[in-house]
Design a protein around this ligand. Structure first.
Ligand code: UDP
Length: 314
């Protein structure tokens, strides 16, 4: 198949390239704003791989897609860690809304299948735990995270309007916290921060008291879901949660990483982040029922692989 991966230099995108490259022709589009070409360097001599430094918010992406007649497009193009979207709020809005509008325009009237990466952030600081897909969320629409949360919510709104109006085949995953090799060391996320802090014997920085929770899905499980979603034989006109429902507090994550790395680091408590969601855990019944998917990789196993990746780059 001929496949386009937008945002393919980022964490999930570049892992997907690796997974699909053996049997497909892979085109990657990325503006390298938060993704890094380093994630793709190992593929550059592969004849099935092509890289384009382009921005999906530029209208040129529409003719690029139309001229290339792709079978599937996977869209990951958007700053995706809190540190990055706090630093690039306008770009986050633009890629979420204008970028997705361009992709939808490009596939309108065609049979191209589009995967769109939405996020658990559409639930905001959720008042229900776990979060099911029919929970409408609790988002501060003018807060510092709104560029991402509302951007991704607007993208979903746009997608379902295109589905209702033009019957396009777009499949949306609401991705909960995912981790693994090829995350950027500097992306500010909990796993990359804590693992690198532990490896370098630096303080492990907890924002707030560490009582807030997350649920961590290893990259291989997330990719397995994405491929199942796209190979399902019917259109799926609603979003599906993907994540690992084992819920862990931030303080427990710090302690687990501290003990696994066997570091001299101390745990320190810093100011809490604004609008930081306090509880996050996916309800994955839909993924189980429709796609027969559930995560298989235990947090300790995934963590060991992630630690090994970062240790190798020290
Ligand atoms: N966090 C933390 N210290 C760090 C990085 C993150 O305490 O150095 C916390 C953050 O406040 C949040 C959780 O870990 O409660 C997950 O943060 P992350 O940036 O990985 O992504 P999020 O789940 O908020 O999108």
């Amino acid at each position: 198949m001929k496949i386009l991966i937008t945002g393919g230099a980022g964490f999930i995108g570049s892992n997907l390239v690796e997974k699909l490259l053996a049997d497909n022709q892979i085109y990657v589009v990325d503006n390298l704003s938060t993704g890094t070409y380093e994630n793709l360097k190992e593929f550059e001599n592969n004849e099935n791989f092509k890289f384009y430094n382009m921005d999906i918010t530029n209208n040129k992406i529409i003719s690029f897609i139309r001229e290339n007649s792709f079978d599937i497009i996977y869209n990951f193009a958007c700053p995706a860690s809190p540190q990055y979207y706090l630093e690039f709020p306008i770009e986050t809005w633009e890629s979420s809304v204008l970028g997705v509008r361009n992709l939808l325009k490009a596939i309108e009237g065609t049979k191209v299948k589009l995967f769109h990466s939405s996020t658990s952030e559409v639930y905001g600081d959720a008042l229900e735990n776990p979060q099911t897909e029919d929970y409408w969320g609790n988002v501060n629409s003018i807060g510092v995270r709104a560029c991402y949360d509302e951007g991704k919510r607007a993208a979903e709104a746009l997608i379902y309007d295109y589905i209702r109006k033009y019957d396009v085949d777009v499949r949306v995953a609401r991705i909960f916290n995912t981790y693994g090799p090829k995350m950027r060391k500097e992306d500010g996320r909990i796993i990359s921060n804590f693992v690198n802090q532990a490896l370098f014997n630096e303080n492990i920085t907890i924002y707030g008291e560490g009582k807030q929770t997350r649920s961590f899905c290893y990259i291989d499980d997330t990719l397995d879901f994405i491929l199942k979603l796209m190979s399902f034989d019917k259109k799926i006109p609603f979003p599906i949660n993907v994540g690992n429902p084992v819920e862990i507090s931030v303080l427990d994550v710090a302690n687990i990483i501290k003990n696994t790395v066997n570091t001299k680091s101390s745990i320190v408590f810093m100011d809490a982040m604004k609008d930081d969601p306090q509880k996050r855990k996916p309800n994955i019944n839909k993924a189980k029922e429709i796609l027969n998917w559930e995560p298989k990789i235990d947090f300790n196993i995934g963590l060991e692989k992630t630690i090994k990746y970062f240790a190798g780059r020290k």
